[in-house]
Design a protein around this ligand. Structure first.
Ligand SMILES: NC(=O)c1ccc[n+]([C@@H]2O[C@H](COP(=O)([O-])OP(=O)(O)OC[C@H]3O[C@@H](n4cnc5c(N)ncnc54)[C@H](OP(=O)(O)O)[C@@H]3O)[C@@H](O)[C@H]2O)c1
Length: 271
């Protein structure tokens, strides 16, 4: 999709002094919501985009609807991505900070040869990789100097786990996006990174652990303990902890960091 591009000097003059426009995908709950609430303490404008408009709107009402808007976005639908970015820019101007947080984790065991299994594989790649890339591609089109793109990856960008072929492949692939986009966009003053959390206490983690529990014939509590036993720091990460790190990376302190996948993993990854 082509839109009009202003000369860089004029763009910078027009944007000087305005609040930054922060776009967060998947802020209707979990990590995205925690990021929105923490960053909401600063003088920014926010676009919160996910499929469930009502839940994002609830967060926007807490932040103040003068400076926070909820938009419908389905990362599996290209048109929806284009529409969301255009609607976001129409309200608050070019996006300064893009946080590609939305993602899904559906089971994709290798031994599942069903049509449904193959559809799940494609869906995870479509949402976590293809749609996520297209959102970033659209957002950087008008992103000013000093802009930030941050992908929420996963420790499964660093390792595999049974039943997670699509999810793990999608998160590994995000690191490829990060490294390529970081080099391409550095001359425009845009930083591109990924933050890779381990187990974070959200609906997604609960669902994954419940699947593990069902597969092993144990309780959710037992499956969680088994997962935590493998970590040097044996606890779940709080969404607010991820949010604090995001706030740092997209703030002035993150200016010398680009092309990185940064692990926030209770020690499960040591490189
Ligand atoms: N929780 C963990 O342990 C963990 C660990 C490592 C990485 N992560 C990553 O962290 C990110 C956030 O995860 P979370 O734990 O907060 O998950 P969550 O509680 O399931 O929230 C996921 C968010 O993504 C949105 N979303 C899902 N599908 C979407 C689609 N097709 N289009 C647009 N938005 C969509 C959801 O909103 P709607 O359903 O309303 O669309 C929701 O706001 C994900 O990228 C995940 O892979 C999580």
């Amino acid at each position: 999709m082509q839109t009009v591009r202003l000369p860089q000097g004029e763009l910078e003059k027009a944007l000087a002094g305005r609040p930054k426009h922060v776009f967060i995908s998947g802020a209707s709950r979990g990590i995205g919501e925690a990021i929105a609430r923490l960053m909401g303490e600063e003088r920014h404008n926010f676009t919160l985009a996910s499929r469930s408009y009502n839940r994002s709107l609830g967060v926007c009402m807490d932040l103040g609807t003068q400076r926070a808007q909820a938009l419908r976005l389905d990362l599996a639908d290209e048109r929806s991505i284009d529409d969301a970015v255009i609607a976001a820019e129409s309200k608050f101007g070019p996006i300064d900070i893009l946080i590609c947080n939305a993602g899904i984790n559906l089971p994709t065991p290798v031994q599942d040869y069903s049509e449904e299994g193959r559809k799940r594989f494609r869906r995870v790649i479509d949402v976590n990789l293809v749609g996520t890339y297209m959102l970033a591609q659209m957002a950087v089109q008008h992103m000013p100097k000093g802009g930030r793109v941050l992908f929420i990856g996963s420790v499964l960008a660093r390792m595999g786990a049974p039943g997670t072929a699509a999810y793990s492949a999608s998160k590994h692939a995000l690191l490829g996006l990060v490294r390529s986009m970081a080099q391409e966009l550095a001359p425009q003053g845009i930083r591109v990174n990924a933050l890779n959390p381990g187990w974070v206490d959200t609906q997604m983690a609960q669902e994954s652990l419940q699947r593990n529990a069902d597969a092993q014939g144990v309780t959710l509590q037992q499956a969680m303990q088994a997962a935590l036993n493998q970590l040097p720091i044996q606890r779940l990460i709080r969404p607010s902890e991820v949010a604090s790190y995001v706030k740092f990376l997209v703030g002035p302190g993150g200016d010398a960091i680009t092309g990185q996948g940064i692990d926030l993993s209770c020690g499960s990854v040591m490189v």
